[in-house]
Write a protein that binds this ligand. Structure first.
Ligand code: SF4
Ligand code: SF4
Length: 195
């Protein structure tokens, strides 16, 4: 099995230290009270509820880090902040989930079940990249192309267009050059991380 710790660029430290360094979240402070998991509206959909995910990161072993990065949990997390508002140690779990999504995607460790969610993220970002704001119809078409479900729900579109829920043409922001520069920098950074 590949050693995730060497992937992370820390021979002795894995996700635990990396998260501390890059997000300032101290997962060591978690004492497993379970309040986060008890309040999480998506815990039932997750393979590892938030408290268990925190415990797995605390273990700080390559095998558990592999499991964490391959988890489904972070992809269904809504960033609703219920967990962090209930946590007596004020652990910012949504920030950790965000870090895990990015890391898992960059290392190609994403859970197979998360593919449609990741495609939705891609379609959303493409709409922002092109228009500077969300164009719902463009997002739907691009998402359906990515997931090869172009004809699914197609009969709903005319009604939604008529009711003004969908707009045929996107509204675009003026400063698209600055936006393009942000995306260019982000793609460059991701490529550097992949090396
Ligand atoms: S932010 Fe994510 S992990 Fe926390 S309660 Fe909401 S869905 Fe659950
Ligand atoms: S609520 Fe906070 S301290 Fe309690 S299990 Fe969750 S992360 Fe750990």
């Amino acid at each position: 099995m590949e050693n995730i710790h060497s992937h992370l660029g820390h021979s002795a430290n894995g996700l635990l230290q990396e998260i501390r360094q890059q997000t300032a979240v101290n997962i060591q402070a978690c004492y497993q009270c379970g309040k986060c998991s008890a309040g999480c509206p998506l815990a039932g959909e997750m393979d590892f509820p938030p408290s268990l995910l925190m415990r797995m990161i605390q273990v700080n072993k390559p095998e558990t880090d592999e499991k964490v990065l391959g988890a489904y949990s972070m992809w269904v997390c809504l960033t609703c902040n219920t967990c962090s508002s209930r946590c007596p140690m004020e652990i910012d779990i949504p920030r950790v989930m965000d870090h895990l999504r990015e890391k898992s995607f960059t290392l190609g460790k994403t859970n197979k079940k998360a593919s449609p969610i990741i495609d939705f993220h891609k379609a959303f970002l493409k709409s922002i990249e092109v228009n500077g704001r969300l164009h719902e119809l463009g997002l739907i078409v691009y998402y359906k192309m990515l997931t090869f479900r172009l004809m699914q729900d197609v009969m709903l579109a005319p009604g939604m267009l008529l009711r003004g829920k969908l707009h045929l043409f996107p509204e675009r922001i003026r400063q698209r050059k600055q936006l393009a520069a942000i995306f260019k920098r982000t793609y460059k950074r991701r490529k550097e991380q992949e090396v």
